[in-house]
Design a protein. Structure first.
Lengths: 347, 342
């Protein structure tokens, strides 16, 4: 089995187990989609639709983590993207004008991309730890979003085509799913069919060695954070379009933690290096399905935090070589050799 | 481990020497003075001593968790769970006394013991299983928020429990507020006591020196024969205890438990620690700097409250800008330190 398939095996098994639990409780309606009023619907399709913003952010996060970084500001950037677009639309006299919608979306994406590039510049050129550099915007970002909305929650009219970004469909498939999958395919092609993916892994493995090998490590770092910011902005647009409003305080709250969790479930190590975009996508669906599973098996929705905590804990322990060694020790055959030799044998 | 994985630079850049050590904390104190004098110049009643006293009343819980966070950050780690542990502790205080009818001092003892045990446990996971502090404490962030919500998803009042009125009793009262006096309640003095104990522990005990050594370079600390395991697990126990204590103080301050209280308190604490001049990579900083960092945060909020027109989100933006300025300052100092050495 290739290492890629091996990495994906565990997340896929977990996802299948979750789906089996749901199907056994609610029947096959859970997984089988049906076409209703010209749009695909069903419990699982809804999970995918709701998970689309998280998938976009987690994809950006995967690339950032591949370079040994982390982006804590995505939740705040999500709020900023949503706030800019909604505020611009409600300030206009005609909320349905196509030009307005496009310029609002474009402005939100440009601003969020610039924010991402700023994070990348801090990391690459100022040599600040990623966790610290992005912490600044994590703290200040929601303040900026509130500045944009003036502390209000801008509500876009339901008739505005902007809401189609979150509620519409393309060939019966909900638009958020289409956008997120397109982003997944685009990033996968970009990193796996060109040398970019290898360069990313090289920068994550050792930035200094990559630079000496002639890779423009700093430029790549900035690019990766830019993409992450852009993804967060796009996720914010979809989330805001779905709700028809932008809540600067609670929009995308803790989404950075969910995104990191999805990346880790998907098999990408936080230490940088190898990354698995498809694994991340499966991780996102696992998180989305987990939330529904909790309600379907009859637990209150408050359990989802606890369930997530358990998932983080188990995944973190499973990824730790020390833990695997400790837990497997009783099952290993003990050699008869004296103590010093035993350690060598264990390795 | 976190210093190695989160930074590409070796630990030498984290060491300031001579006068350079005091530049960040000096900048923080200067900033405090500018904010305070600016407030006095702009608003008539800002020079009342109660304005300063109120800083230590409103921010006593934040000060306590920031002190715990200082230990963790000095050792090169991070603790994201403090906000949730704090909310969980407050909720437990309310739940065990009001609903379960246990005696309040017993409950406070249980809560403090639990916070410490949680810190010990997660510290052990971080050290022995080499899990990143960021991820391991993320477990706590989710877990305790979830448990808090499961206990109650609405406010629980503790007004009827006499014990929890102790915190806001005036311990010191000088004159009347109207004639330039001030008062400070018991919980402020609990926070002061935490700061003093932390100061003594960090600067005058083996454990404290171990914290700095592990934060400077875990490898070197290990080779020097310092008890790295005990130190690394110890800092999380300190932080867990401080978070639980802050939860008890918050229970006394508001006499009610809100399941969504203190969301993001860990970020405020981290920001206060960094603005107080502690290096996020560990190994350099002062707990008294953290006090200054918390006061900056409190003064920003007070200034905005006095101004009246500005909304509270300006405090967050200002905090972000300050954070940026201080991180850049630390970077410049660390770089110039490297140049001098080579």
């Amino acid at each position: 089995m290739s290492s890629y398939a091996k990495r994906l095996m565990w997340p896929v098994l977990v996802l299948v187990a979750l789906i089996v639990i749901n199907v056994s409780v609610t029947g096959f309606d859970f997984i089988v989609p049906h076409v209703n009023d010209g749009r695909l619907s069903g419990a699982f399709v809804n999970i995918l639709r709701r998970s689309a913003p998280l998938l976009l952010i987690a994809l950006g996060m995967t690339l950032v983590i591949a370079t040994k970084g982390i982006d804590l500001s995505v939740g705040a950037v999500y709020a900023i993207g949503a706030a800019i677009a909604c505020q611009m639309i409600i300030d206009a006299p005609d909320q349905s004008a196509a030009g307005l919608i496009f310029s609002a979306i474009a402005l939100a994406l440009v601003v969020t991309a610039v924010i991402g590039a700023w994070n990348g510049t801090m990391v690459a050129y100022f040599g600040i730890q990623p966790i610290v550099a992005t912490l600044i915007l994590m703290i200040a970002g929601r303040g900026i979003a509130q500045l944009v909305t003036g502390g209000q929650i801008p509500k876009v009219e339901d008739s505005s085509p902007f809401t189609q970004l979150g509620r519409g469909e393309l060939f019966t498939v909900p638009l958020p799913i289409v956008i997120a999958v397109l982003m997944l395919v685009a990033l996968a092609l970009l990193t796996r069919r060109t040398a970019l993916g290898m360069l990313l892994e090289s920068v994550g493995g050792n930035p200094e060695a990559s630079r000496l090998a002639g890779i423009r490590a700093k430029g790549i770092t900035v690019l990766v954070y830019l993409v992450c910011g852009l993804c967060a902005g796009l996720a914010g647009l979809i989330g805001a379009a779905n709700l028809g409003s932008a809540d600067a305080n609670n929009g995308g709250l803790w989404i950075e933690l969910d995104a990191i969790l999805a990346v880790v479930i998907g098999g990408t190590a936080l230490l940088g290096g190898r990354f698995y975009l498809l694994g991340t996508a499966i991780g996102v669906v696992i998180i989305g399905t987990l939330e529904d599973t909790i309600i379907n098996v009859g637990l209150s929705s408050q359990w989802q935090f606890t369930a997530k905590a358990i998932v983080v804990f188990v995944v973190a322990l499973l990824q730790s070589p020390e833990f695997r060694g400790w837990i497997l020790k009783p099952f290993k055959r003990r050699p008869a050799a004296p103590a010093p030799a035993k350690e060598v044998a264990a390795k | 481990m976190s210093t190695q994985t989160l930074t590409e630079r070796p630990a030498r850049s984290t060491l300031f020497d001579g006068v350079t050590r005091y530049i960040p904390i000096g900048a923080t104190v200067a900033l405090l003075l500018v904010l305070y004098l600016g407030g006095i110049a702009s608003f008539p009643k800002f020079d009342s001593p109660q304005v300063v006293a109120k800083l230590f009343i409103d921010n006593a819980p934040l000060l306590i968790i920031a002190v715990g966070m200082t230990f963790v950050i000095l050792s090169g780690g991070i603790d994201l769970s403090v906000g949730s542990v704090m909310a969980f502790s407050t909720m437990c205080c309310a739940w065990l006394t009001v609903d379960a009818g246990l005696s309040a001092p017993l409950v406070v003892g249980l809560v403090l013991a639990f916070g410490t045990l949680w810190g010990l446990g997660i510290g052990a996971v971080i050290h022995y299983f080499n899990v990143q502090p960021f991820i391991a404490t993320l477990v706590g962030l989710f877990l305790f928020r979830g448990l808090t919500l499961q206990i109650s998803d609405t406010d629980v009042s503790m007004r009827d429990i006499q014990f929890f009125h102790w915190g806001m009793e005036h311990l010191v009262e000088v004159g009347k507020i109207r004639t330039g006096g001030f008062w400070l309640p018991n919980l402020s003095f609990v926070a002061f006591a935490v700061v003093i104990v932390a100061f003594v522990v960090l600067h005058y005990t083996r454990f404290g020196r171990g914290v700095y050594a592990v934060g400077g370079s875990e490898q070197s600390a290990l080779l020097m024969g310092l008890p790295v395991a005990r130190t690394k697990i110890g800092v999380y126990a300190v932080s867990g205890f401080c978070a639980a204590l802050a939860g008890v103080m918050a229970a006394m301050g508001t006499k009610s438990a809100n399941p969504l209280a203190n969301v993001g308190a860990e970020l405020d604490a981290i920001a206060a620690v960094v603005i107080g001049g502690t290096l996020l990579t560990g190994g350099a900083g002062f707990v008294l700097g953290t006090v200054a960092g918390v006061m900056v945060w409190g003064l920003l909020n007070t200034l905005i409250a006095f101004q009246g027109d500005l909304s509270s989100w300006w405090a967050r933006i200002a905090m972000g800008v300050l954070l940026l300025a201080f991180i850049l300052l630390q970077r410049v100092l660390a770089r110039s330190g490297e140049k001098r050495r080579t």
